[in-house]
Write a protein that binds this ligand. Sequence first.
Ligand code: ATP
Length: 271
Amino acid sequence: MAPEERIAGASLEVRDLAVVYSDVIHALRGVTFSVPGGSIVALLGANGAGKTTVLRAATGLLPMHRGRTVRGGIELDGTPLGRRGAVDLVRAGVAQVMEGRRIFAPLTVEENLRTGAFSRTDRTAVAASRDRVLELFPDLRGRLDDVAGYLSGGQQQMLAIGRALMAGPRLLVLDEPSLGLAPLMVRQIRDAIVAINEAGTTVLLVEQNARMALAIADRGVVMATGRVALDGPADALLADPQVQASYLGGTVGEPLPDAVAQALPDTGEPA
Ligand code: ATP
């Protein structure tokens, strides 16, 4: 690895974060957890638990979804994010890969990678990041001039992660990177996440594949109905019977109770 690619991972502190959508839907009801610099933290929970909302808050994307913080907040390296927007946060070192591999389908692979470096002016560092992406994802090497929309699902996910890496992030936020991928692809993506983290970047990982996520994470945070239900070392969560029953048995969580709880008026009481 090129020495300039060694990265000082950023830390994230989520403190008593409460978020509403459209002023009525209470998606987060006071969420607190830490993502230490240089660690991998897995954020788990049933559909609708609030995982994506935490990521949106961390990456400045809440307003785009008519969401707003009503209490608490997030600190990046000890500094409150406040109302910093998405572009500002990319400049501060936060890059994200949204759910659903949002690549630019009509652009080539090379062009997609270049868009990821929009916030950087140091050409040498950008070239080093590109080398690093192609080292991590050799599948992309022979496809640089191909239109991204024609890549396989796994290759599109590699490109989405690669594009995020082109920003030289100190914190990488990943929403369901293994979703819909074949086991071999999941392993490649998993190995890439580990390698990215080993080079210093902090990783906040939302995954339905809780087993994979906890296998590579330092800590796991399990959310339920907008709150943190469990928070602990990943290996302890892997061994936890409650986690095993709800998240490691094949199906994920208990969507029905969550959906019912979300539909109830917010009383301010724990769900
Ligand atoms: P999933 O695994 O299904 O993506 P999640 O844990 O990421 O779920 P969120 O997507 O954060 O959960 O959703 C938390 C709650 O907020 C849910 O009740 C969801 O319906 C609601 N919600 C999410 N986005 C919006 C939005 N833009 N407008 C209104 N409500 C929203």
